[in-house]
Design a protein. Structure first.
Length: 195
């Protein structure tokens, strides 16, 4: 039986230069994004957007791309430099005593930061909740604009793959997500284990 990963660890499909994150959109955003390799003007840069490195968590969130408004699942390869920039500025979306100096300090950071992080139960291939967590990174303000206009290297529509995995339950088709390296300072900020 494989060892259980640390409870809070970023696991993702990544290369030396990029990390793949997932988002689900309606066709009016997803189709031009996949065709042009960038998010279109219809993508709202003035509101918070959540990116997810876990493919199966995205499947849970979008019901395999069948939820209204999330009919197309995109894999967005973004620069690790951009993702790391976000992590360095991220604040947990909930106060955590072992991470934050005080509740007042956490609230102050939360108001000022353009990036939020949530840890939600990772999902199995049947979308059941697992004991360890998957990270979601929420971007707002300037962070959204950086993401949409600077960090994206490639966009792929993986809706058909999602549907095939849902029907066949073939784990061999899943993206291989391995621990994502981060500094001890960033890991402490996120209450996470380093890779």
């Amino acid at each position: 039986m494989p060892l259980q990963p640390p409870k809070h660890q970023i696991r993702a499909l990544h290369t030396a230069d990029t990390i793949t994150v997932y988002q689900a959109f309606p066709p009016r955003i997803a189709e031009p994004a996949a065709a042009e390799g960038r998010l279109p003007e219809a993508f709202q840069r003035d509101r918070m957007t959540w990116i997810k490195p876990s493919f199966l968590w995205m499947m849970h969130r979008s019901d395999w791309g069948r939820r209204e408004g999330q009919e197309r699942v995109l894999a967005l390869e973004i620069s690790r430099e951009g993702f790391d920039w976000a992590l360095e500025r991220a604040v947990l979306s909930a106060y955590t005593r072992r991470v934050h100096e005080s509740q007042a300090a956490w609230k102050r950071e939360l108001r000022q930061s353009p990036v939020r992080v949530q840890w939600d139960p990772e999902r199995s291939a049947d979308l059941g909740a697992l004991e360890w967590r998957a990270i979601q990174v929420g971007l707002r303000g300037g962070a959204v604009r950086r993401y949409a206009d600077e960090w994206i290297r490639r966009i792929t529509d993986v809706t058909a793959l999602a549907d095939r995995i849902r029907r066949e339950r073939d784990r061999a088709l899943l993206p291989v997500e391995t621990p994502y390296p981060m500094s001890a300072a960033v890991a402490a900020r996120l209450g996470a284990a380093t890779a």
